[in-house]
Unconditional design. Structure first.
Length: 246
């Protein structure tokens, strides 16, 4: 079974400055993935390449003729970031390919009902690492919507039977009073006070991330949220700190 790795948009881009990509950070993450030599599916956030565009055109609320141009603008932005991630992985020696949800997924009322899992399985069998990202996805009810990387991760974990899920974030975990919470469950999440300084994030920030991961935990699969420098430890099966969602 593959490991599923989510590279947060706040890690690989400067979310305070639209269009700024952290190439050196991406290169280090790619090197850690290459060193692990394990079957993997990579999912990355949009960060400052996608969230501002989606917000400007109201894509999260649906797509129609009045905001159709936003589909192109938003998808083009996230595709530029995806190309950078794929390039870094390939330069590190990973047989990575872009797998955009825009062309492979379908949603209903903002929730994925298909995400190319059959194609992804075939890619993995061939030794290829698919690289997905938060994207505009056509929606049976809304015309179109935004599907975050945080929604893609648990969907694919269930569809592919993956049981090792790692989420790389700038905060290194879920914070409470400035301290990382070591463990979160459905029973304890109500005590967490979530906040987000990123008003351009159209996918729910850390609270949205945790809610998606709790849905995965309820099906029996835990996940880890940790800092970028702990990716190698996570892939090696070593302690990686951060927050365990179970």
């Amino acid at each position: 079974m593959p490991v599923i790795i989510k590279l947060g948009g706040s890690v690989i881009t400067d979310k305070a400055n639209p269009g700024v990509i952290h190439r050196e950070v991406i290169a280090k993450l790619a090197a850690a993935i290459a060193e692990a030599k394990t079957p993997a599916v990579i999912v990355h956030g949009a960060g400052s390449l996608g969230h501002p565009e989606a917000k400007a055109y109201g894509i999260a609320s649906g797509v129609g003729k009045e905001n159709a141009r936003g589909v192109f603008v938003t998808h083009t932005a996230v595709s530029r970031l995806n190309a950078e991630v794929v390039t870094a992985l390939r330069e590190a020696g990973v047989e990575a390919v872009s797998f955009p949800p825009f062309a492979s997924a379908l949603a209903e009322n903002g929730r994925l009902i298909f995400c190319g899992e059959e194609q992804i399985s075939s890619l993995l069998e061939a030794g290829i690492v698919p690289v997905l990202h938060g994207d505009v996805v056509m929606d049976r009810s809304l015309g179109g919507c935004i599907v975050s990387g945080d929604q893609i991760v648990p969907y694919l974990a269930k569809a592919l039977g993956a049981d090792k899920i790692g989420i790389v974030t700038a905060t290194g975990g879920v914070l409470s009073g400035g301290e990382i919470i070591p463990e979160i469950t459905r029973e304890t999440v109500s005590a967490v006070s979530f906040s987000s300084a990123d008003t351009a994030d159209v996918t729910g920030g850390m609270q949205g991330k945790v809610e998606e991961l709790l849905s995965l935990a309820e099906s029996g699969t835990p996940s880890h949220i940790f800092r970028p420098e702990m990716l190698a430890a996570f892939l090696a099966g070593e302690p990686c700190g951060g927050t365990l969602v179970k």
